[in-house]
Design a protein around this ligand. Sequence first.
Ligand code: SME
Length: 156
Amino acid sequence: MNRHDQERAIMVEIQSAIEREGGRDEKLSAVCGIVQERIPRCDWVGFYLVDVESPDELILGPFVGEATEHVRIPLGKGICGQAAKRGETIVVPDVSKANSYLSCSARVRSEIVIPIFVGKKIVGELDIDSHTADAFSEESRKLLERICRVVSALFD
Ligand code: SME
């Protein structure tokens, strides 16, 4: 399979995870599993959601990988909080050089955070940590942004 076919197959899996029976958290968990299994070098995959009661904070949602102490992140703090505040994807090729980075595990070398929008409003984000340095290419960023556009249907 070439890259386009692989990406198409991943998008089909994501779409069916979104359409399966169950609540939003189950669907988000299923998406985490697909991303971790099907996209190389994704060691920790999770969602942070904007707290509807306290919209200047993110709360940890479904994830796969090691447990993290960062269950609440204020907007502007860490890579996650910065991506949410700016409303744009942040790719960190080397976490040891990042500003205001919140470490979840000493094994993490690189990270990507992709905001999820409903219209222009940010509702959450997909956060991925990798044990490989510079794990996220331009192609993987585009694919993950596509996934987040599909996932945003769960927040309408
Ligand atoms: N590294 C993130 C914190 C979340 S953990 O990676 C799971 C950050 O700097 O915001």
